[in-house]
Design a protein around this ligand. Sequence first.
Ligand code: ARG
Length: 579
Amino acid sequence: MIKETAQKLLNDAAKKLGLPENFSVVFSALPQLCDFQSNSVFAIAKQTQKNPLLLAEDVVNATAPSKWFSFSVAKPAFINISLTQEGLAELAAEVEKAGKAQPKQDKHIFIDYGGPNIGKAMHIGHMRSFNIGEAFKRLYRKLGYKVTSDIFLGDWGMPLGLIMALLEREGRLQDCMSGKERVSIELMNYAYPKASKLKEEDEAFKQRAMDLTLAFQQKKQPYYDFWKVLRKVSVDEIKKVCKGINVDFDLWNGESDASDYIQTVIDIFKEKGLAYISEGALVVDVAEEGEQIPIPKKSADEVQRYENPMPPLMLQKSNGGDLYATSDIATIYYRNKLYHPDIIHYFTDARQSQRFTQIFRACKKAGISPKEQQLWHTGFGTLNGKDGKALKTRNGGNVALVDLLNMLYEKAEQKLQQNGTEYDDELKRKIGNAALKFADLSNTVEKDYIFDLDRFTSFEGKTGPYIQYTACRIKSILAKAGEFENSFNFYSQEQKAVVIALAKLEASFPAAFVDKSMSGICSALYDVAKNFSTFYNQEHILSEPNLSKKSVKLTLAKLTLDAIARACDVLAIELPEKM
Ligand code: ARG
């Protein structure tokens, strides 16, 4: 790798001079001055008590001559590294090679995202989890990991009991269960909101819904079979929405799949003496050493009480009912039994962070998660309206995922109409999705961000549609150009800027793994598109009369298109043919 080669040349020079071999090389912060730089002199000078500027000069003078680089010193003591034409060609070759590489890692990553709830409409919180989780799944695969993804449906709770209770109240339950009345998603969408309102007003109705919930949870017939029908109708609908946003899962499991293991995990906690009854509920302490802050006693005979920043995890309610956290623990238990993942990575709203800390600690304490297994949770911020508050419908409810998508698709349609482009539903969908995904993934993951429909869907600036548009332009150039010889003899500043942007995009993939954020990939991708546009506007490609220069430009166009396609594949952004 070219960066590592520059680093090695500096460290070889350091060795010759008897200095510590601690040089590292990064992309240049000032591309107008150089292509790479090393900022290591400062620390080494301090360590060896030498004058930084003199030390930098000594090192540069001692570097072996290289066909790829020239080294120079910049005050106060930076080492600037510029690529020769041959060096730049080598960098481009590296980018091309990286595009074809198929790395292999021996770790298995299990990823858990989406998490919609059966019976309830999906909302924008699920959208963020879908977008971020899907991108991580694709990144992990690209980096060579074995990946298993699971949507972890909320399919075992009260919403389905509520729907059953409402149908019963309306005298339709028997017909629905016997198949006389068809159970459609429309029926479920009608029944759930009505039932959830009724639950607040009518205690007997609420009790009936709870009884029916318990009935299917205990697999009592005919309720359990009817639960399967409702689950299937709902899952089919979720699959349709997921397909529309280019999201897919290996496993469509849910809380229900953990139900058979709930008692097993509760027994593990009990046997290991980790669970105890507190106020009627079964709980596990998960606070770590030092986290239990003693509250000063007012008198000597008072019992010691603690201010506990990490509350105990509740395994079972006082009425014996299971809890959401227990489902997650039981899920870790059976995932480990069946799949043995090295890492499990969860994606939910940041407000669930404490919950996951509790779950992870409880699993480690009980040995349900082996010591060497890593449990990760990425908590994301909320999607806010322009007022800076969580985006809500007019009557204060969560914005439904499908409504949000329709807003984007309509806006994409308006833009296409303005541009006079021919379009169909597929094109609207691809552009609308790209707008949302790019905006969603560009932000530092834990931050809230503001929903700005106009900006997200703009064909200019740092947006998904701009990236798609750039790719379409390149596709059209390459289609018109026909066959050409590959040539890496880049010769202009604009071409160089594109090659460097491509190399940075390549480097952003492993960096995203470390940062657990896609924002670096989005920025690097935007830089590629922006630098390509500058190059394209300055240097005509198809009308270039000099054939060897034309080959260089077409090679660069092809490299750029391939790189954009790879990055978009990770972000789950689809590239249209034309727009
Ligand atoms: N169903 C949950 C919700 O809508 C999200 C599930 C998150 N994943 C998990 N393993 N708990 O809030």
